[in-house]
Design a protein around this ligand. Structure first.
Ligand code: GLC
Length: 553
């Protein structure tokens, strides 16, 4: 199987698998995953049946924020490999029929980036400082921050540099925000996009895509002013400003200069009605929709999310995207095993909003059962599905990571009150064996729990009812059943959602805790084993109407 050189629409309904490279597979035995490790697992990716890999940052980084603090946008972290290893990975993936999306982090560099080092060594007002957002401090000796803003990870968002000036870091202190009004910054990112495109990268995931354009006057607003300013009309000083799309229009000319055009997907945490701007063909072309991830496990909520997002996709002409888990949120098997919060965003959104860690009332079995059902729902929807490494094993969040082993700045900047995102970033279990469950030959960089043995890849491969087996069957069927980007709702009982794709592929999901009637049709797949001619509680089935064109599973 090899990828088509001419298909410009491959991304529209792709199943994209996110790899967090430092936690996937460790080939050189240093406890940190690396590019040769990923290369060695291409047969696994191929058998899984995904269309593309999204690789989280693999660039040189001090890991102040898991690699989202980039020292050099056009190189590979030496602990993860070399540019030659990267080229080898691209070649290996392409030969296996898998495309590659890489992460671009344009809102901020790291404080070890040569530009920031130069900025610190240069005087206030110098061109080197213009690449970032520096301001004089307030009060005597400029000893007070220019504004009282809070960083996304907690604590202050302005840091003094010792000469009366302060710099903005909306995220960790080690992540100074770049100044996108600066032409040199803009040109350098165009160079970066060309650099990776020339190396065969098929697309880009754009980190914090809604944050680049900022409107900062001489007098800065207070945090209270920022909080009170609506984010819904493009007028907020920091977020989702309309001018951000001028930046992406320039990027678009780079993307479109390749054949097939390079794709991009925006990570933009913006109000739903603003999503089509990022997803439009003049801008990035596609945008994440996190609504499913944030929805409670509930028939009405899921149906509404699908309706809304298909309507939004129609506005931009893009396809929609579905996400249940990623490297920033509590794994969905765990979320679904916890009591439902009154405001789902409090728990289902960024894990740095999560307080108190994983609750002792977690029902692991129920969480996994619901997660398998939600995954079959997701994989049957029109549009692309973004999967996160380890969800195909039904992994739960790892809750019991000692404070001394934690890495996420969200944990440290909140004095341990917020649990942070390490629990979904623990290296994958490939086999039941210590020291690192087949991840590598050394203990992994985040501690792995004993229960990883029973959910490891090699154990699940022996079990036809395993979550891994379910994902493999679902992805294989999805590829063969894929059809027009539309669906038709079918009347169903209150706790059930039922829809049909244009080729007679039907999806029925029972959200309730009691079994219900199983509609007619040839059974293709079920998220739990069916014992009678009924649809069990918290289960999704795929049915085929009309002449069965596919073998049963
Ligand atoms: C995005 C990333 C997250 C990172 C943040 C700052 O939200 O997904 O992991 O911490 O941006 O770069």
């Amino acid at each position: 199987m090899s990828i088509s050189e001419t298909d410009a629409t491959w991304w529209r309904q792709a199943a994209v698998y996110q790899i967090y490279p430092r936690s996937f597979a460790d080939a050189n035995g240093d406890g940190l995953g690396d590019l040769p490790g990923i290369r060695s697992r291409i047969p696994y990716l191929r058998t899984l049946g995904i269309d593309a890999v999204w690789l989280s940052p693999f660039y040189p980084s001090a890991l102040a924020d898991g690699g989202y603090d980039v020292d050099d946008y056009r190189d590979v972290d030496p602990r993860l490999g070399t540019l030659a290893d990267f080229d080898d990975l691209v070649a290996g993936l392409h030969a296996a029929g898998i495309r590659l999306i890489v992460d671009i982090v344009p809102n901020h560099s790291s404080n070890r980036h040569e530009w920031f080092v130069e900025a610190l060594a240069s005087p206030p007002g110098s061109p080197a400082r213009q690449r970032y957002i520096f301001r004089d401090g307030l009060g005597p000796n400029k000893a007070l921050p220019p504004a009282d803003w809070t960083s996304a990870f907690g604590g202050p968002a302005w840091e003094p540099v010792g000469d009366g000036q302060w710099y903005l870091h909306y995220f960790a202190t080690e992540q100074p925000d770049l100044n996108w009004d600066n032409r040199e910054v803009r040109d350098d990112f165009l160079t970066t996009l060309r650099f990776w495109s020339d190396r065969g990268v098929d697309g880009f995931r754009i980190d914090v895509a809604h944050g680049l354009a900022k409107q900062l006057d001489e007098t800065l607003p207070s945090q209270a002013d920022l909080d009170a300013t609506p984010k819904s009309n493009g007028g907020h000083p920091l977020w989702d400003r309309d001018e951000v799309h001028d930046i992406y229009a320039e990027w678009r000319t780079v993307f479109d200069s390749y054949s097939p055009p390079r794709t991009a997907v925006a990570e933009a945490w913006v109000e739903s009605h603003r999503i089509p701007r990022y997803a439009s063909p003049e801008s990035l072309g596609q945008a994440f929709n996190f609504d499913l991830l944030e929805a409670n496990f509930n028939a009405d909520a899921f149906r509404r999310v699908v309706e809304d997002n298909l309507a939004l996709a129609a506005v931009s002409g893009s396809s929609t995207t579905w996400v249940l888990s990623n490297h920033d949120v509590v794994r969905h098997a765990t979320r679904y095993g916890l009591p439902e919060p009154a405001n789902p965003k409090e728990k289902h959104g960024h894990a740095w909003l999560l307080t108190g860690g994983v609750s002792p009332v977690l029902d692991r079995e129920r969480g996994l059962r619901r997660a398998r059902a939600a995954t079959l729902f997701e994989l049957a929807l029109p549009g692309s599905a973004y999967l996160y490494q380890g969800e195909e094993l039904g992994l739960h969040e790892v809750a019991d990571i000692p404070a001394a082993s934690r890495q996420d700045p969200a944990f440290f900047r909140n004095a341990g009150v917020e649990i942070g995102r390490d629990g979904c970033r623990v290296p994958l279990p490939w086999t039941p064996d210590r020291p690192s469950f087949g991840f590598g030959t050394a203990p992994a960089h985040l501690p792995q729990p004993d229960w990883f043995a029973s959910v490891s890849v090699s154990v699940q491969e022996l079990d036809p009812d395993s979550t891994l087996a379910l994902y493999r069957r679902a992805l294989d069927l999805r590829r063969r059943l894929q059809t027009d980007e539309s669906l038709e709702w079918i009347d169903s009982p209150a706790q059930v959602v039922h829809f049909r794709r244009p080729n007679g592929w039907e999806i029925v999901m029972n959200f309730g805790s009691e079994p219900t009637d199983l509609p007619a049709g040839t059974l293709l797949l079920s998220s739990t084993r069916l014992r009678h001619r009924e649809l069990p509680a918290e289960t999704t089935v795929w049915l085929q109407q009309g002449a069965p064109s596919l073998p049963l599973s």
